[in-house]
Design a protein around this ligand. Structure first.
Ligand SMILES: Nc1ncnc2c1ncn2[C@@H]1O[C@H](COP(=O)(O)OP(=O)(O)OP(=O)(O)O)[C@@H](O)[C@H]1O
Length: 564
């Protein structure tokens, strides 16, 4: 789970950069503090002929000066100080941005790492748009807060301290009056800040719902067109876009309104302080030049005070964003079983003992005790929704049993490790999902195979003619989800891939269902040796396909029975 405490710890890891940036910030602040004072000094010392340390200093450097010379020198100093201040500010931003960008990168990597390890069961219920919005806008919100808090807070705080010292030395009573009243402005506006959280949350929620609907509509565009449902689905998108507009409007407008109200508080304070300054000239011994300097400092204080107020706003938005990011860490991870034993160095006998599995509350498989032997084709049959695919996923290490055990050559999956099981068990599903890449990549998944091996796999999967017809042969890009191939061709690509990877266990889950009987027959004949030289399970409804098996298991009433 991510917390502000952990983020702080993370920042501490960048001690060198952080300290360098803070030193730069400190120098920048020291440089900026005298800026508002210099010009007003000339009012007293030059215009009102009172003389003073500043013009004495100029005379000391340049010899006796005229009024023009005092103004020109002071102007040059002010411009130089402002320039230097900006330069230092930019360099401190460089360090702070480096730190915060690095931290947000780490947050994203941590979330992605977690997603990599979530269980398939959780994955099937995930909404991709929602995750995308958490990874993008929520992480950005946290980043914004980090930048504001680590970089702007320090400089704002230091500036306020510096201004406080100057104000108190100009006029103790006036300085105290200004400094004691200002915290009330900050506290009052902080109360308003908390109200923004609610609107930010609801805006983010709407963004993710919109994103989810948009992705789904685009992904299922062909289905939507086929069923003439454009108006329904796009109307839904229009409505969600409208809701997003309203929520974003509400958030932007209200947060702006709260911001403006707190600024109004500052302005009221500003006018009150200006009035107090005039009174200090009238009734105390404040000079006109110093009164104008106080006015300048009041304005000068505005940026750091606003920054501190903004940090509060940004904190509440970041808190909401962190909560949403943390929801991703609540997704259940797949259990980790360390790889202790390897039973896959010879042909594999699979046995389940008292196997139980449920998705949520309802048991799908109960007390399943079966043996699946190598060198045979075992068919798994049963009514639709009975749990055949679920059983296949359990055998393939994609799901984990709730009770009982699956043994591979007598070794429990808990001693083998799920990754290792997946390396040796190929599950080919009815719906073959292919990558938007070349046919070659989809066959090899980036592994190296010889040309001979690839040709052989293509031949056995009856794909040679298909490849010949493609404009760039194996190098043809097959489109999103492999749309440039037919359903049957996609199924055969998956079979060819399994032939190349030579797994110890092959499960064909309705994976020839899209082939005509003749092609299916030819493919089965071609791969018969392959299937019979390892442990093979075929899940099928068609009698012709089931007839190719040596053994038949049947899923019935949550149990699996051997039929022949
Ligand atoms: N991810 C999931 N979350 C919740 N329930 C699920 C999930 N996947 C499958 N189910 C449910 O589990 C039951 C078994 O599904 P499964 O896909 O294993 O059946 P099947 O025998 O392979 O069906 P078919 O022959 O139609 O492919 C079904 O009732 C299904 O609705």
């Amino acid at each position: 789970m991510l917390t502000f405490k952990k983020l702080l710890k993370e920042i501490q890891k960048y001690k060198k950069e952080f300290i360098t940036a803070q030193i730069i910030a400190l120098i920048a602040t020291i440089i900026s503090i005298p800026i508002p004072l210099l010009m007003p000094l000339l009012i007293d010392e030059v215009l009102l002929n009172k003389g003073g340390r500043w013009i004495d200093f100029i005379n000391f450097i340049f010899g006796n000066c005229s009024a023009f010379c005092y103004v020109a020198v002071t102007l040059s100093v002010v411009i130089a100080l402002r320039g230097l201040f900006i330069l230092l500010n930019v360099s401190q931003t460089y360090f702070f941005e480096k730190i915060t960008k690095d931290i947000t990168y780490k947050i994203r990597i941590r979330v992605i790492e977690h997603l990599k390890r979530i269980s398939l069961n959780e994955y099937e219920n995930l909404k991709t748009g929602d995750i995308a919005s958490r990874l993008i806008s929520d992480v950005n919100t946290v980043e914004e807060f980090l930048i504001k808090s680590v970089s702007k807070f320090v400089i704002s705080f230091l500036t306020l301290i510096g201004v406080a010292i100057v104000l108190l030395s100009i006029n103790l009573k006036l300085g105290l009056f200004i400094l004691l009243l200002n915290p009330f402005v900050v506290v009052l506006s902080g109360k308003l800040a908390r109200k923004v959280k609610k609107y930010k949350l609801s805006q983010n929620k709407t963004i993710s719902i919109f994103q989810e609907a948009l992705i789904e509509t685009l992904e299922l565009f062909d289905q939507i067109k086929a069923y003439n449902k454009e108006s329904f689905f796009f109307k839904r998108l229009f409505l969600l876009a409208q809701e997003l507009k309203e929520k974003s409007f509400e958030f932007s407008y209200k947060s702006e309104a709260f911001n403006k109200v707190s600024f109004l508080m500052f302005l009221i304070g500003y006018e009150v302080f200006r009035a107090a300054g005039i009174l200090a000239v009238a009734y105390d011994n404040l000079s006109i030049g110093m009164m104008i300097a106080v006015f300048s400092y009041l304005w000068f204080m505005m940026t750091p005070i606003q920054e501190i107020i903004n940090i509060q706003y940004s904190f509440f938005s970041a808190k909401a964003a962190l909560e949403r990011i943390n929801k991703l860490f609540e997704l259940k991870k797949e259990p980790i079983y360390p790889h202790k034993k390897n039973p896959f160095n010879k042909e594999v006998e699979i046995e389940t003992k008292n196997l139980y599995f449920k998705y949520k509350d309802e048991w799908i498989l109960e007390d399943v005790n079966v043996k699946i032997e190598p060198f045979k084709i075992t068919a798994l049959i049963g009514a639709s929704g009975g749990g055949k695919t679920t059983f296949a996923k359990l055998i393939a290490g994609l799901l984990v049993v709730d009770k009982g055990v699956i043994l591979y050559n007598g070794v429990s999956f808990r001693e083998i490790g799920l990754n290792e099981i997946r390396n040796h068990v190929a599950l080919i599903l009815q719906e073959t999902k292919l990558f938007n890449d070349t046919l070659y990549f989809n066959l090899t998944l980036g592994e190296n195979f010889t040309e001979k091996e690839i040709m052989e796999a293509l031949k056995k999967a009856e794909l040679v003619k298909v490849v010949e017809k493609l404009p760039d042969g194996l190098d043809t890009y097959i489109g999103k989800n492999g749309v440039k191939l037919s359903g049957g061709e996609r199924q055969r690509v998956a079979i060819a891939r399994a032939l190349l990877f030579k797994p110890k266990v092959v499960i064909l889950d309705e994976s020839t269902s899209a082939l005509d009987i003749d092609t299916e027959d030819r493919v089965f004949k071609n791969i018969e040796d392959f299937l019979k030289s390892r442990t093979s399970i075929i899940i099928a409804h068609r009698a012709e396909t089931i007839a190719k098996a040596n053994e038949i298991l049947m899923v019935k009433n949550r149990k699996i029975l051997k039929i022949s």
